[in-house]
Design a binder for this molecule. Structure first.
Ligand SMILES: Nc1nc2c(ncn2[C@@H]2O[C@H](COP(=O)(O)OP(=O)(O)OP(=O)(O)O)[C@@H](O)[C@H]2O)c(=O)[nH]1
Ligand SMILES: [Mg+2]
Length: 201
């Protein structure tokens, strides 16, 4: 299994202007545009990477955060392996909207088991001096809402951008490994009268 390249779809969600496109572009093209335009609908870019010995093609889907584009973005949520919930540390409202983004994703992606779905939370624009959201508050939200990993990033300064996408991959691989482990645990022994395997999931 470890030799094969895995295609993973990750999706960036969050309010308009928090820096989703900037994070994707920084990661894939290593460029930053200080006058970026709002996204309309969705766009995606691929990047190959290796995480803990696994080769992965990351397909990053960047969505339009503005409310008026809702109907253009939601059809693309299905099939996502990980969701990056993004806010900007200098915009309190974008932090307070994280729950709405999470709900929108779970609904339109039709996530069957939201408690075990890999979400990662990103607090972007940490290069800005005037913050409206403290690190501890964001960490607390993550703890309370599913113990999600929290990373503070700057697409502008390239702080933690690669780390954030690698963390997304790690979260997906962890869920996948857990599933494999459970399936192995449920192997049926045809020669035994009693049921074999554990019930870990
Ligand atoms: N200082 C700073 N500015 C940033 C950062 N990331 C993005 N920006 C700026 O914030 C503005 C919005 O960034 P976008 O990447 O277009 O935001 P978005 O989340 O894609 O917005 P929508 O497409 O409308 O959903 C742009 O002017 C960016 O240059 C960052 O890390 N630091
Ligand atoms: Mg955008």
């Amino acid at each position: 299994m470890s030799g094969k390249s895995l295609l993973l779809k990750v999706i960036l969600l969050g309010d308009g202007g928090v820096g989703k496109s900037s994070l994707m572009n920084r990661y894939v093209t290593n460029k930053f545009d200080s006058q970026a335009f709002h996204t309309i609908g969705v766009e995606f870019l691929n990047r190959d990477l290796e995480v803990d010995g696994r080769f992965v093609t990351l397909q990053i889907w960047d969505t339009a955060g503005q409310e008026r584009f809702k109907s253009l973005r939601t059809p693309f949520y299905r099939g996502a392996d990980c969701c990056l919930l993004t806010f900007s540390v200098d915009d309190r409202q974008s932090f307070e909207n994280l729950s709405n983004w999470q709900k929108e994703f779970v609904y339109y992606a039709d996530v069957k088991d939201p408690e075990h779905f890999p979400f990662v939370v990103l607090g972007n624009k940490i290069d800005k001096l005037e913050r409206q959201v403290r690190t501890e508050e964001a960490q607390a939200w993550c703890m309370e809402n599913g113990n999600y990993p929290y990373l503070e990033t700057s697409a502008k300064d390239d702080t933690n951008v690669a780390v954030a996408f690698e963390e997304a991959v790690r979260q997906v691989l962890a869920v996948e490994e857990q599933l494999e482990h459970c399936m192995l645990g449920h192997t049926i022994d045809l020669h035994s009268s009693s049921k074999s395997g554990s019930s870990c999931c």
